[in-house]
Design a protein around this ligand. Structure first.
Ligand SMILES: [Zn+2]
Length: 248
């Protein structure tokens, strides 16, 4: 059939090139061509968050929806727009929306970005700053989520802050696009209501009534398999349903 590849970073799907991936420190890597040569099959490559949104459309909570907004909260924060049944194919930088004047620095060089306060990295950094001073231990975002759900107030406060800023950012998107459904996926979304409750309350505070009344904010049902479902959906979409887009 073919191979679907979901890659982190700025991906030019038409040529299968990863233009920039800070996670792997890649610049202009022709990933589709490299894998195609190795496996002797057609290859389609896309950005992981767009692939996850496509997976959500095929197998998850966006099934049957014409419009939706998908947020991937993992180590970073990414997003994808489903518009008129299609995943919008331009690169975007949802993680660098300005959400706080607290002065917190983002790796991009600016301050106050969503990613600097709501990503898995940001959550872990905050937790470990607080814990290191007292107990000398390190904690992951997943462990922190477990503590928060079992009633640890400090852990809950960190998730409350992360969720608040995320809710603020998706409220801006909802007021702009009115997507009807906002699906939060990625590793941090596994925290469930620990993350979703503060997201929803901030979201409701900043959206217009007409938008809020027509918008569902929820976590993805695909869990950590989202990227896998995304890659499968990429391959199905490209090789079975739209083979006219194939090149090479
Ligand atoms: Zn930034």
């Amino acid at each position: 059939l073919g191979v679907g590849v979901s890659a982190a970073g700025i991906v030019e799907s038409s040529s299968g090139t990863v233009r920039f991936s800070p996670d792997f420190n890649w610049k202009h890597v022709p990933l589709g061509e490299l894998i195609g040569n190795a496996v002797d099959l057609s290859v389609v490559v896309d950005n992981c968050t767009r692939a996850m949104a496509l997976g959500e459309q095929w197998f998850g909570n966006a099934r049957g929806l014409r419009n939706a907004f998908y947020v991937n909260v993992g180590y970073g924060v990414g997003s994808a727009v489903i518009f008129n049944n299609q995943v919008y194919d331009n690169h975007s930088e949802f993680g660098h929306l300005f959400v706080t004047r607290s002065g917190v620095k983002c790796y991009c060089g600016k301050t106050g970005c969503l990613e600097a306060v709501s990503s898995g990295h940001a959550i872990e950094r905050r937790a470990n700053q607080a814990l290191k001073q007292r107990r000398g231990e390190r904690i992951t975002a997943r462990e922190l989520a477990q503590r928060a759900s079992s009633g640890d107030r400090e852990a809950r406060a960190i998730f409350d802050a992360a969720g608040k800023y995320l809710g603020r950012a998706i409220a801006m998107v909802a007021n702009l696009l009115n997507p009807g459904r906002i699906i939060i996926g990625g590793g941090v979304s596994l925290a469930g209501s620990t993350l979703l409750d503060p997201v929803r309350s901030e979201f409701e505070m900043h959206t217009m009534d007409v938008i809020r009344a027509g918008t569902v904010v929820e976590t993805s049902a695909l869990g950590m398999n989202a990227a896998l479902f995304g890659a499968v959906s990429l391959a199905l979409n490209c090789f079975v349903f739209h083979p006219e887009h194939l090149h090479g």
